[in-house]
Design a protein around this ligand. Structure first.
Ligand code: FES
Length: 116
C-alpha cells in the first residue's frame, strides 16, 4: 500500500455518516424500535430519562432481538433468556458475559439520527 492509499484508508475510517432514523414521537418511551441501515441491524430505544440509545439488535447469547426486550433505566433485558445488557456501553451484566456494539445517537429538532 502506498502513501496515497494509506491516507485514503485513514480518511475513510474517520468519516462519519449521520442518518435520520425516526422522530422522537415515533419511539414510545421504554420501548425499542428495530432500525436497519445497510447491514446494520440496530435496536433504538427511547429511555424514560428522555435520552435515546442504539445498540446492535442481536443478543450475544443466542441472537434474541433486543428491540423486543424489556427496558429498565439504561439496561435492556433480552426477551429470550433475560440477559441484562447495558445500553450505555453494550456490556452484558454479570453473571453472564459478552457485549453488543453501541451506536452514537443524536437528536435535533425532534429528529433522531444514528451516526455510523
Ligand atoms: S438469546 Fe439473549 S439471553 Fe439468550
Amino acid at each position: 500500500m502506498d502513501l496515497g492509499e494509506t491516507i485514503m484508508e485513514k480518511t475513510l475510517q474517520t468519516l462519519q455518516i449521520r442518518i435520520k432514523v425516526s422522530t422522537v414521537d415515533e419511539v414510545p418511551v421504554n420501548l425499542g424500535k428495530t432500525v436497519r441501515i445497510g447491514s446494520h441491524d440496530i435496536a433504538l430505544f427511547h429511555l424514560a430519562s428522555g435520552k435515546f440509545r442504539a445498540i446492535e439488535n442481536r443478543c450475544p447469547h443466542k441472537g434474541g432481538v433486543l428491540a423486543e426486550g424489556m427496558v429498565s433505566g439504561e439496561h435492556v433485558f433480552c426477551p429470550m433468556h433475560d440477559w441484562k445488557i447495558s445500553m450505555e456501553d453494550g456490556n452484558v451484566q454479570k453473571p453472564d458475559h459478552g457485549c453488543v456494539k453501541t451506536y452514537k445517537v443524536e437528536v435535533e429538532n425532534e429528529d433522531v439520527y444514528i451516526v455510523l
